[in-house]
Design a protein around this ligand. Structure first.
Ligand code: NAD
Length: 306
């Protein structure tokens, strides 16, 4: 793990990423352009640290996180930069230019983009070989898996370096070829597409769907993964079912109309007090707590089995 690491952007993802690296012993500088975001990040960092304690994540002495809005300070002596600013190509390219003007040619720049091609982002850089995708899953301090995506110009030695860095903070690196959405979101969105189609057609209630997927799919897949699941089920069984079922599955290419209607009516989910479900006073906070408690318990259990 580099001695000094810099996280650029302290919104939803920044504080959890910074805390994870600091816990593994790095001196982390968390940078944002906005004072307000830095203030929010300082309180988020307290919560994240509490979660890491609850998970029982080991602490390597010497790690720390400092917060600031001075880019020169944030980048001084850094060995790894993780970019986590909003998902806009031009903004990210501007941030890379600002960084490249301040650091040596060998400093790694990793981007937490959810799906903008690394190759496209690197086109504007003076050293495109140093850019690599490093996709953390949200919440980044709880999900110990990171997708590593080299673009066409990425220096291949960087892939091995980043794999070692990720292992150094006890996360599982998954190296992928560049593809829109990367692997995690492609699989998630394939599931979500079918789920939304089932709801739209009134095949099942939201409560029924959640119970079915949580226990029938999530529970099992959290232990074995889809490839091992096929071995468990038998490849012949998969063939027998997929030969008639695959052609029945939803293949729509756009967002379902009922989701668009909800958005138009201001129903966005937790952030608007209602979306797929309705929430009364205090319900959203209670749900959020319930989810974090559940994730902590599940992470502990899953970490204790191979
Ligand atoms: P966010 O909007 O919550 O936070 C982004 C932060 O970047 C804000 O605090 C903003 O003030 C700051 N910022 C804006 N311009 C900046 C600049 N020029 N320099 C420094 N900071 C700047 O975004 P987020 O949800 O944390 O996502 C960040 C990145 O991570 C995006 O690319 C997103 O697609 C990706 N990502 C998000 C999630 C998620 O679930 N939120 C999961 C995986 C990946």
């Amino acid at each position: 793990l580099p001695t000094i690491a810099t996280v650029i952007g302290s919104g939803t993802m920044g504080p959890g990423i910074a805390a994870t690296l600091a816990r593994a012993g790095a001196t982390v500088r968390l940078y944002d352009i906005s004072d307000e975001a830095i203030a929010r990040a300082e309180s988020a960092y307290g919560i994240v640290t509490g979660v890491l304690e609850a998970v029982g994540s080991p602490t390597v002495p010497g790690g720390s996180v400092s917060f600031g809005t001075d880019l020169d300070e944030a980048l001084a002596g850094t060995g790894l930069i993780i970019e986590a600013v909003p998902e806009k190509l031009e903004l990210k390219q501007k941030v890379f230019a600002d960084i490249e003007a301040r650091v040596g040619d060998d400093v790694i720049i990793a981007t937490n983009t959810s799906g903008i091609p690394i190759t496209t982002m690197a086109e504007s850089m003076s050293h495109p070989g140093r850019l690599i995708g490093m996709h953390w899953s949200n919440p980044p301090h709880l999900i110990p898996m990171i997708e590593i995506i080299p673009g066409q110009a990425t220096d291949l030695a960087l892939v091995d370096k980043l794999v070692e860095i990720v292992k150094a903070f006890n996360y599982t690196p998954v190296v992928e070829k560049e593809i829109p959405g990367f692997v995690e979101n492609r699989v998630l969105y394939a599931i979500l597409r079918e789920c939304m189609a089932l709801l739209e057609e009134g095949i099942v209630t939201p409560e029924g769907l959640d119970a079915c997927v949580k226990w029938g799919i999530g529970y099992k897949l959290s232990v074995v993964g889809p490839t091992r699941l096929l071995d468990m089920a038998g490849l012949d069984i998969y063939q027998a079912v997929s030969s008639y079922l695959n052609k029945e599955l939803d293949v729509s290419t756009d967002t379902p109309q009922f989701i668009k209607d909800k958005i138009a009516a201001g129903q966005l989910g937790f952030k608007s007090g209602g979306g797929m479900y309705e929430y009364g006073e205090g319900d959203v906070d209670a749900k959020r707590k319930e989810i974090i408690t559940g994730l902590i318990a599940a992470r502990k259990t899953l970490s204790s089995i191979p």
